[in-house]
Structures are given as C-alpha cells and as structure tokens.
Write a protein that binds this ligand. Structure first.
Ligand code: ARG
Ligand code: ASP
Length: 714
C-alpha cells in the first residue's frame, strides 16, 4: 500500500517538475547545471551568469519592457523580433515610405533611426533579499498589514542597496511571495533602428500562421545601442557612439540537428503554472470565452477597414496585431487545456497534495486549502468577469473609451490632489494622446464601439452596470456619442483641456462621450474593483501557502521553478519535432521551399517578395544554405512565454543559432499547464536571418561586424 502511494506520488508530483521550467540564472549551478550538461551543454553555469566576469547575461537586455533582445557585435548591434520592433518600424512609416511593407535598411551608421520612447535594460546583478524583505512580517496575521510591511521593506532594500548612479535597483517576488530577489539594472535609451525585412518576410503568414507550426516567418529586426563617451546610458544625442558590450554573441552558421542542446535566455512575462484546478475551470468556462468574443468583434470590424484603406492599414497595424495575438492565444489555450485534461490532472495533483499533507502532519496548514480556494474563486467569479469586460472593452479595444478613461483619471487627480497636480498631469496626458490620435480613425472606432458597448451592456454581470447602459438603444447611443463628443479628435481633446481646471471640468462633464465613460468608470470603481482587489488579495495569500506547500511536500529531488515574472530566466531543452495528433508528426525544421508552397501572389498574408523568389529559384543562398536548401525556422522543447520573443537561442557552446519568437498551437496552454510532449517554442534559424540581411538586402556592413563561426570549409 505504502509502495503504491509512493508510486502515485512519483507519477503525479513530477508533472510540474519534469522538463520545462524557467530558471533563475544566478541559481543554475545548484539547480540545473548537471541536467544541462547531460543534455549536451558544453558551458558551465558561470559562463551563462557571472557577476565578476563577463557572461552571456551581459548580451541579453530586455527590449522595451516587453520583449527580449541580444547584442551580436562589438558595436552594440542588437537583434530582436520584427514583431517586437514593430511599433518603431511603424512609427517611421508613412504611405510614401512604408517600411512595414518594403522593409528598411540603414546602409550606413548615419542612416540609423532614433526612437524617442525605446529603451533596453541590462541586468548587472541578482541577489537574494528574502530575509530583508520578510523581516518582521511573520507575526502579522492581517494580510493587508503584512503586504504593507513587505512593501516598506522592499522600498528600503531598493533605496539602500549599493548601485552606481546610473543604475536602478528593482525587487521582484518569486514563488508567489516565498522568495524575493534584487536586480541591479541599467537602461540605455538611445537605441536606433538599423534594419527590418518587409512584412512579407518578417511577418510572413501574419495572423493565419501566428502560433502555428510549421512556420516560415523571418521574424527579426535590428537595432543598435548608443552610449555616451564613457559607454554609459545617455539620452539621444548626435554625439553618442555605438555601445561597447561586455559580451556579444558569436553567430553560428554550422546548422542544427534534431536533439541538439538549446538554451533560450530572456524575460518571460507571466505564467500561472500553479493555479488550483478551480481557477483553471473559471478561465475555461467564463473568462477566456468572454475575452475571445469581445476581441472577435473588434478584430472583424478593424480588419474590414484595413483591407480597404492602406492608410488605415498602417495606422492600425500594430494595434491589430496586438489584439489578434492574444485573441488567438486564448483560443489555443482553451483548446489545449481541454485536450490535455488539465483540470483533471490538477485535481489529481491536489488530491495527492492533501494526502501528503496529512501524512506529514501538516493538515492544519494545508488540509483546508482547496476548499478555501473554491470558496474564494466562487466569490470572485462575477467580479473577475466584470473586470475583464471593463479592461477589454474600455481600456483595450475601444479608443474613445480609453481616452475618456484617461481624462476621467485626470478629473480624479484634480478632485483628490488639486490644481497643481492636475496641471502636471494634463501636460503628460496631452503629450501621450497626440500619439494615440495619430493612429486613430473615427469611423473604425465608432463601429468597434457600437459592437463592444452592446456586449458590455448585455453580457457582463448586470448588477454592476450603470443604469443608463441597460436596455439602451446601442446604435443610437453610438451615433449620438460619435456625432457630438469631442473625444473623437485630438483637436477636440485639446479644446476640452484648454483653460483652468474648473473650466476643464465643466467642459468635460458636458461632453456626451465623457459622461458615458464617467458613468461606466464610476460603476466599475465603486461596484467592482474594491471587492475584486480584496478577494484577490485573499487568493494571493492562499496561492502563497499553496506554493509553500508544493515546495515542502514535493520529493527532495523535484526541482520546482518559479512562475515567470518578467525577470531574466534560462530555459533549455533540445531541438525536437512532435506529434500534434494521431498519425501526424511534425518535423523540427522548415525550409524556404515551404515559403514557396504557401506563396499566394498579392495576398494580404502570404505574398513573397520578388527578390526572394529569384534567390530561391537560383538557389543563391551564399554560405547560409544547407544541401541546396535554405533553413527558415525550427522548434525545441524550451519552455517559453510572452516576453521571450526576441530571446537568443543558444547552442551548447554559447553561440547564437536562432531567435525565439513564438510557440506551437497545440502547446499554447503552457502558461497554465506545461505538457512536454506537445509544448514547443519556435525560433528563426540565424542562417535565414543572415541570408536575408546579406543576400536579400545587401546590407553586408552588418554581416561584417558580426563574428560568424562554424563556417563550412570551402
Ligand atoms: N505569437 C507571437 C507572440 O506572442 C508572435 C506575435 C506576432 N503578432 C501577430 N499578431 N502576428 O508574441
Ligand atoms: N510571441 C511571444 C512574445 O512576443 C512569445 C510566446 O508567447 O511564445 O513574447
């Protein structure tokens, strides 16, 4: 009997631990080095992360907060995804110079284009500060008071830990509040656009192929970091010079094979691998379907305008891609969770967890955990749904409402902090909104609004809505607002915001658009948000206890990785194909032949540039081809998530072999439930990147500044 239980334990508990995982670079030595070597790695943990010597981490900055990038030359040349540099490429584009459509290549240093709001951030060092952060908190039982004390401690650590004047200290939590780490970071803000392929390469397959294998996208763009004369961060200046990195990646063109070791190094944003089953059920039955339906409507409307009007196509390109991306992700995620029986697997794990707790005499601490989870998730259900409707409809998909909400916040600032704060904030708001309106089209937004406001009013929990929204005539409401509100143009907003605070308040409150936003926001802020926050805090406390339990009750050799939190992580695995369904096997590598198979002349998503077709026909692949074929993308068993885009894929010796940009459709649920048999990350082969730069764009100066290794003997 005992033996049987042990067996069950071994079968169930390692579900979290076996393969996958996003590991903390400073802890690799104890946790992972052995396994990495057994998978074929030829480096040591300190080659990857070291505080005293240069190491791979010095070549991997976070790109603009949301993506990853890597330095690939001694002159600060930076590689990331096309979809990560998309906003910048779009910002430099007009109908006349359309770099999204045609690509952009700076043929000299002088041609490289500055980007006012772009920054990249390097990690200088990582330190465990758990003791300092949790100091004096163990005796506090009230959750709110406990969190307050923790925040105070974090503020102290952040303020008092040593750093250079241009650096910044950041504290982040790991294992849901069971561990805290300090990051010393430095950010460079003069980062210039160097090159981007046309979208027909960099975004080949667009939304149809997004999250899908087999894939044929050359999803890369290039930037360069500039520094002052001392190689330190500096605001843009003509006098800045290319940054000299502590480390840069040599690029391997030796090729890859199935089962080769791979390491992906980057900034995964957020995962929730340790959610209880009841939370996953809620995502499946309520939250994902609601968000998917909202975006479905927004996308249909926007798409129809973009296909008709090239100016709108540029204006909405980045927004559309952003909205479509998670829309499709949630669809795949729900399907994957169903198909892998994630809820049942979690339930089995939970049953076992409780048995373990009882067996080890910890029933007081953990025995009631899942009942409490269930009660809290039931309680939060309507609030969570209502909140998602608010976020999706008001803050993410309807611009008039999003702008209106900013002005609503401005009013709050005035009411709470007075005229001076109001004036400061007003300046910032106006500056930010100028960019918003550059990419705003009233007709598009009006149609989106009409659809979404009806969804909001009819499908979100009614008890929390403002009265005026229930059973209204949504067509008429839309017509009135877009006919009369000043929120439909930047000039209109400037007019609303002119004059002193009192005048502004009066004008705002007479505006039909603002009135609606205010009614909706007031309702959200009084009826939904406080209760949501309160229950959520309680759920977080339960999750912290659960995590503690997982760490304590798992077998000693089970390695448990902390959920992603936008900090630097290492994930590793092998180049590997997979079987998505019965009788089908996916090879791990795609070739240019596949691009030509998908080619549809003139198509919105699958057109191929003439020059690329010519190179293909002549098999003119330079030193980058392999047996007369040009490799394009490959997949591996590295556990990645959003934020890993642009991450370097590194070989056993530390050379760059690929550029991470996506995951496969069957495995999009990996943020919640990682299944090693079908979860794969997708990378562009560096040989394809170099081929495009060299043979397609003729930008050979970039090739010349890289260190290219593993060339074939002539
Ligand atoms: N799915 C990838 C990631 O999450 C690539 C997204 C590119 N955007 C797109 N809509 N095609 O970011
Ligand atoms: N495409 C994602 C990103 O932008 C990566 C992923 O979700 O796999 O970070």
């Amino acid at each position: 009997m005992k033996f049987l239980r042990l067996l069950v334990l071994l079968l169930v508990i390692p579900a979290y631990a076996q393969q996958g995982g996003m590991w903390i670079p400073s802890l690799l030595k104890g946790m992972n080095e052995k396994e990495m070597k057994s998978l074929g790695m030829k480096m040591s943990a300190s080659d990857i992360y070291d505080v005293n010597h240069s190491s791979l981490k010095d070549a991997v900055p976070q790109f603009n907060g949301g993506c990853t990038s890597e330095v690939i030359s001694p002159n600060g040349l930076l590689l990331t995804n096309h979809h990560c540099g998309y906003g910048e490429i779009q910002a430099h584009s007009t109908v006349e110079h359309d770099y999204l459509t045609d690509g952009f290549w700076a043929m000299t240093l002088e041609d490289e284009l500055p980007n006012p709001d772009l920054e990249v951030t390097f990690i200088v060092k990582i330190e465990d500060v758990t003791t300092q952060v949790l100091n004096g908190t163990s005796t506090i039982t009230d959750e709110e008071a406990k969190q307050k004390k923790i925040q105070e401690n974090i503020a102290n650590v952040t303020k008092n830990s040593p750093k250079e004047s241009w650096q910044e200290n950041r504290v982040r939590t790991f294992y849901e509040g069971n561990q805290y780490m300090l990051f010393v970071v430095e950010s460079y803000t003069d980062v210039r656009l160097v090159g981007a392929p046309p979208s027909s390469i960099g975004k080949f397959g667009s939304d149809t192929d997004n999250w899908v294998w087999p894939r044929h996208t050359g999803d890369f763009s290039m930037f360069r970091i500039y520094a002052d004369k001392n190689n330190r961060p500096a605001a843009y200046s003509k006098d800045n010079v290319p940054y000299k990195p502590k480390h840069y990646f040599p690029v391997s063109i030796g090729g890859i094979q199935e089962d080769d070791f791979t390491l992906v190094f980057g900034y995964p944003g957020r995962t929730t691998e340790y959610l209880p089953s009841v939370a996953v059920e809620q995502i499946l039955s309520s939250l994902n379907p609601a968000k998917i339906e909202i975006r479905d409507e927004a996308l249909k409307v926007t798409d129809s305008f973009m296909r008709r009007d090239p100016a709108i196509k540029i204006q909405y390109a980045a927004k559309y891609a952003r909205i479509a991306n998670y829309w499709k992700k949630w669809i795949g995620e729900s399907q994957g969770l169903e198909k892998t029986n994630a809820v049942a697997a979690k339930k089995a794990y939970e049953k076992n967890f409780i048995e373990q707790a009882n067996k080890t005499g910890k029933q007081n601490e953990y025995g009631n955990l899942f009942n409490e989870f269930e009660a809290k998730y039931n309680e939060i259900a309507p609030y969570a749904l209502s909140r998602d409707y608010f976020l999706e409809v008001v803050l993410r998909n309807t611009e008039l409402l999003t702008v209106g909400f900013r002005l609503y916040q401005l009013e709050q600032v005035y009411n709470m902090r007075g005229e001076q704060s109001f004036n400061d904030r007003k300046g910032n708001t106006l500056a930010a909104l100028e960019g918003t309106y550059k990419d705003f089209n009233k007709n598009v937004d009006e149609k989106v609004f009409e659809k979404l406001i009806e969804l909001y009013a009819t499908k979100s929990p009614k008890q929390f809505l403002p009265a005026g929204l229930i059973n209204a005539d949504y067509k008429l409401l839309t017509k009135n607002i877009y006919g009369e509100s000043k929120l439909t143009s930047y000039d209109g907003v400037k007019e609303l915001l002119s004059g002193d605070a009192k005048e502004v308040m009066e004008k705002l409150n007479n505006d039909k658009g603002f009135q609606l936003v205010k009614a909706i926001s007031d309702a959200f802020i009084t009826n939904v948000n406080p209760k949501y926050e309160q229950i959520n805090l309680e759920i977080e406390a339960l999750q912290r206890t659960y995590m503690k339990g997982i760490l304590e009750l798992s077998p000693k050799d089970a390695r448990i990785f902390p959920d992603a939190n936008s900090t630097l992580r290492v994930t590793y695995g092998k180049v590997k194909g997979y079987s998505p369904r019965d009788a089908v096997y996916y090879e791990p590598v795609t070739y240019l032949d596949g691009v030509m198979e998908k080619y549809v002349p003139g198509d919105y998503e699958f057109d191929v540039p003439q020059k690329l077709i010519e190179l293909y026909n002549k098999k003119d692949f330079g030193q980058y081809g392999e047996n007369g074929k040009m490799p394009v993308c490959f997949i591996g068993t590295n556990h990645t998530t959003g934020g890993n885009s642009g991450s370097p894929a590194i070989d056993a010796k530390g050379n760059l072999i690929g550029l991470n940009f996506d995951r496969v459709w069957e495995g999009t649920m990996s943020d919640i439930y990682y299944d090693p048999s079908i979860c794969r990350n997708i990378m562009v082969d560096m040989r394809y990147v170099l081929f495009i730069i060299d043979k397609y764009a003729g930008c050979t100066r970039l090739i010349d500044e890289m260190e290219i290794v593993n060339k074939r003997k002539k």
